[in-house]
Ligand binder design. Structure first.
Ligand code: NAP
Length: 247
């Protein structure tokens, strides 16, 4: 798919990955409709502010996207909360990471189906395939997003709407607070720059790959976790004390 001329809604365009993607797609000649929640989108006239945990926020963005005549929906907005499961706000995480993309997609599908070519692009996470201590609700939300993505991919296989999924590893954005960053440094986890992720997204939309996992080691871990989850259980049990020190 040629990027030039695509009309793209990016949710979470005020965030780290979102704003890098705005820069990348703009240079490629895409027309962009930007969304954010608490932050303003600078002086961009095509900016919609909406809290996607609310039906009103979703409805406002759906109206704007239909009027803007999008043919690509990038479900990118997301929240995380590193720490003990007892402490996290389950509803907020599931609503933003899972329910919002599903509701937006459902409401925009009739519009997207009317296009000769359309894309629903879901930004997941490696934690959508590997359950990780300290990220319990986040992992659940991204596992659900992955299930949604895969089932929808297959349901729309006979349509003009393509569904694509990206599974980033850690990325250097505001989503990761001081504790999560310190843990990544201590464990030697690779952390990508938002611009690298934006580059991968642009390439994936161009080439049409259904699913991309960032990182060779992470790809192996995902496969290992699916075939032999006990191996990952043991590896993470050895790191658990270290991980919990950062809660
Ligand atoms: N950073 C990582 O390590 C990492 C790794 C793997 C996957 N990802 C995924 O990549 C995507 C982008 O993350 P990021 O790292 O760029 O995060 P980020 O910098 O924290 O940006 C998050 C975006 O989501 C928006 N958002 C938050 N709450 C919202 C709500 N209630 N309603 C609507 N929008 C809301 C934020 O809007 P405002 O800023 O305007 O409030 C912001 O634009 C997410 O889906 C995330 O799960 C990130």
């Amino acid at each position: 798919m040629n990027l030039a001329g695509l009309r793209v809604l990016i949710t979470g365009a005020t965030g780290g990955i979102g704003s890098a993607l705005v820069d990348k797609l703009r240079v490629q000649g895409c027309e962009l409709l930007l969304h954010g929640n608490s932050k303003q989108g600078g002086c961009d006239k095509n900016f919609v502010r909406a809290d996607l945990t609310t039906p009103e926020g979703v409805a406002r963005l759906v109206d704007a996207a239909t009027n803007f005549n999008i043919n690509v929906l990038v479900n990118n907005c997301g929240v995380n909360d590193f720490g003990a499961f007892e402490e996290v706000d389950i509803d907020r995480i599931i609503k933003v990471n899972t329910v919002a993309p599903m509701r937006l997609t459902q409401a925009l599908l009739p519009h997207l189906r009317s296009k000769k070519e359309a894309v629903i692009y879901n930004v997941g996470s490696v934690f959508g395939q590997i359950g990780y201590p300290g990220y319990v609700a986040y992992c659940a939300s991204k596992h659900a997003l992955k299930g949604f993505n895969d089932a929808l991919t297959r349901e729309l296989a006979d349509s003009s709407v393509r569904v694509q999924y990206l599974s980033p590893r850690a990325v250097g954005t505001a989503m990761n607070g001081a504790a999560a960053n310190a843990l990544n440094v201590e464990l030697g986890n690779a952390v990508d720059a938002p611009s690298q992720v934006a580059e991968i997204i642009a390439r994936q939309i161009t080439h049409g790959d259904s699913r991309v996992q960032i990182g060779f080691v992470e790809s192996l871990e995902v496969r290992l976790n699916s075939l032999f989850p006990g191996v990952i259980d043991s590896a993470l049990a050895k790191q658990l004390k270290q991980i919990k020190q950062h809660f």
